[in-house]
Ligand binder design. Sequence first.
Ligand code: SF4
Length: 503
Amino acid sequence: MAYKIVLTTDRTMASTYNRNMFFGFSACLPQGVLPDWFYYPVFCPSAPADERGALVYASCGIRKIEAALLKNGFQRDELIVAHPDHLEKLVTSETKILCISANDPLGIGPATSTFVELWGGEGRMAIKLRELLTKTRAIQKYKPKVVLGGPGAWQLAIHPEKRTELGIDCVVMGDGDITAPELFREILRGEPVEPVIQGKIAEDEDISDLAGATIVGLVEATRGCARSCAFCVPSIKKVRSRPLQNILNDVQMNVVHGNNGIILHGEDILLYQSDGLMVNSAAVIELFDRVEHFPGVKWVTASHASFSSALSSPETIRGIAEVLELGTEKHPTKALQIGIETGSPKLIARHMKGKVYPFKPEDWQRVVHDGAQLLHENHWVYAATLIMGLPGEEQEDVQLTIDLVKKLRPFKGMIVPLFFTPMETTRLEYATPFHKTDLTPLHYELLAACWNHNLDWIPELWSTYGRDNNPLLKTVINALIRYGTGPIRRRMLRNARKHGATV
Ligand code: SF4
């Protein structure tokens, strides 16, 4: 069977991550930190493919493009969502378009940049994308037009030399729901395409229901974020909450294909059907309730939330915990990604006033502390990020962040410090990036505080988060935790002291 349009992704995104979505972040670690023989089986085993070579579970982004094409007149037999390992047979002389969804195509996103700065090497996503585009003989031979989109598209928009090197003809930034069908028709008609295109903003009705299952049952509930942090790409997107029935349709698609867990995705799930930035408690609780009780669903969680939304509506957090039966033997806990970014009210006021709304920047330390406590008491675990080196950061700002991290010690979660990386299309796109050489003794103290926090919580987190994993994986991770945390802690503290930190 030959396909005109082949949709795919690099190998690091063609995995169900042993059913642990958080393992997906290990792709941000540079190659070499974990050897391939360990990384791939444990953190990123290959996703299943059907007899054609199609991914059974694909990233939500590529599935949305597939759905948009089908809704806009393309036929099922014209396109395939391909496993990257099967491209040699799926890219043929009939293939006119190779569409790739990429999270971090050049390995210069904030997480990968930080880890590369700290430990050297190159991000796996960049390596695997380069291999895919330059070593797949069928792509070299048949030369389909290569279109790249996804959250990391901005990287190729600002690096034309990399587009040439990788053979990418067109980069689509932002939404692809309307733009991809239009663009693909132009390509099929043989018309020239611009190298960089800003995707048209999709309204609710333009976002199609899934036409296939997603990795770990990720279902888009909202898109965009109105908090408008100056460093963040979603800040420029219009906020849309998908109608409940469409979300349930996507849940159904996942259940049919064997996903019995659902991750509700939004930049802040607590703002589902919100009135501006005010939580619509009834709508959010109903969303979790309906998905949790959907036939065939065994568990539900969410991808992202905010401390501000949580603290502004404690009844919502309690209501969700109740409908998901959190804190019980069945569902001891669930995890969410949340941005802390800084402990400094000054930097909050300067770069992310919206993040703290409806509170004030000067309340930020309390919002984070009380929000973390509220989540902890309701059996939610936070996976939080910090940003070191935000423009205007002074030593007193770093000290405030250290103080905040220490105050969070009683509350179960992980804190990941990242280096500030200016991203194209954000308000800070021309600001100076932060590098390892910019780290001061206080930054090393902050790194140590985060490591200490995480190493203290990892054993308990894994005991609940990993309890349903396969026995081999559990044995491997248990051994790593048992024998690895002590040496890692000692090494980290030695390193911090070597750089002048008081730890
Ligand atoms: S709250 Fe999060 S998603 Fe929203 S703009 Fe800020 S960093 Fe981006």
